[in-house]
Design a protein around this ligand. Structure first.
Ligand code: NAI
Ligand SMILES: O=C(O)C1=N[C@H](C(=O)O)C[C@H](O)C1
Length: 265
């Protein structure tokens, strides 16, 4: 059966890859795109490399009122992704959200909305299978190593810090270890921020440099040994198999799932 998709953020780095995925997947159909500009134009006009001929909207209310769709795929910014997801669910359209930077309160609100409507929503901080494994392996390792720091490294156009993947990794680790203040009890930052962000005692460091795509190291330290778990995405195509699985899976869900580790066995 064909899945009718609205893609939000079609001209972004992830959006352009998602257009290729939709074009290459027989049972996916792009029925509309949500862009910041280009109202009334068609995708193949504004993205000449795409063969997809679907109308562009700049207003989600108008789009949802005029277009019959099954799933919204959102790859935009935290502020706008939050609004898109809420409106899609309110309208009975399922959502697959790759956009990062959602708060716990956002997740709670969206879960309630999805369950009230009895439809699926997947919020995935990282769609790459290697990144999911990195997070799962980190959670396993945290049972044996209680001291851990996370270094996430991204391109310098990224808006949110720490990354969604970094936050999700810290959440998964804190599920299995006791809260702990790491480092020396009397340590002092002589330059604020030197020790990174603090998630339940886990230090999170964000690197932003041109040339990078998406990378993360999880460093565990014990007596006389260390363990480093690292994942690298070298291009955005690395995320697309996860987007495809998410679109297929969201059609069968009646709640919100946060993190692909919950749907990939
Ligand atoms: N879950 C995952 O595996 C991944 C998630 N991401 C996340 O996806 C999001 C997008 O990342 P990129 O593509 O690198 O960013 P980008 O900046 O290249 O693309 C964002 C796009 O959103 C569009 N946009 C902004 N406001 C809009 C509006 N009101 N309506 C429609 N479109 C609007 C922008 O015009 C832009 O084209 C970020 O939150 C990023 O963290 C990125 C890579 C992988
Ligand atoms: O903005 C990005 O590029 C990425 N964002 C996601 C995140 O915040 O974790 C996923 C991946 O790291 C790429």
């Amino acid at each position: 059966m064909t899945t009718r998709i609205i893609l939000a953020g079609p001209r972004g780095r992830m959006g352009l890859e998602a257009l290729n995925l939709i074009a290459d997947t027989e049972h996916f159909e792009l029925v509309a795109a949500l862009d910041r500009t280009n109202k009334g134009k068609y995708i193949d006009e504004v993205v000449p490399t795409s063969s997809l001929h679907a109308p562009i909207y700049t207003d989600i209310d108008e789009c949802l009122a005029e277009v019959e769709a099954d799933v919204l795929v959102d790859l935009t910014t935290p502020e706008i992704g939050r609004v898109h997801t809420k409106k899609a669910l309110e309208h009975g359209v399922r959502a697959v959200v790759g956009t990062t930077g959602f708060s716990e309160a956002d997740l709670t609100e969206l879960r309630t909305l999805a369950e009230d409507k009895g439809i699926g929503c997947i919020i995935a901080p990282n769609f790459a299978i290697g990144a999911i494994l990195m997070m799962k392996f980190s959670q396993m390792a945290a049972k044996y190593f209680e001291d851990v720091e996370i270094i996430e490294l991204h391109h310098d156009q990224k808006l949110d810090a720490p990354s969604g993947t970094g936050v999700k990794t810290a959440e998964l680790i804190s599920e299995v270890r006791e809260s702990k203040k790491q480092g020396h009890p009397d340590e002092k930052e002589t330059i604020p921020g030197a020790r990174g962000a603090d998630y339940d005692g886990i230090r999170l460091h964000s690197v932003r440099l041109p040339g990078l795509v998406a990378h993360q190291e999880v460093l565990f330290g014990g007596f006389g040994q260390s363990l480093t778990i690292r994942h690298d995405s070298y291009n955005r195509a690395s995320f697309m198999s996860g987007v495809k699985v998410s679109v297929d899976t969201v059609m069968k869900l009646d709640t919100l799932v946060y993190g692909l580790e919950n749907i990939i066995e």
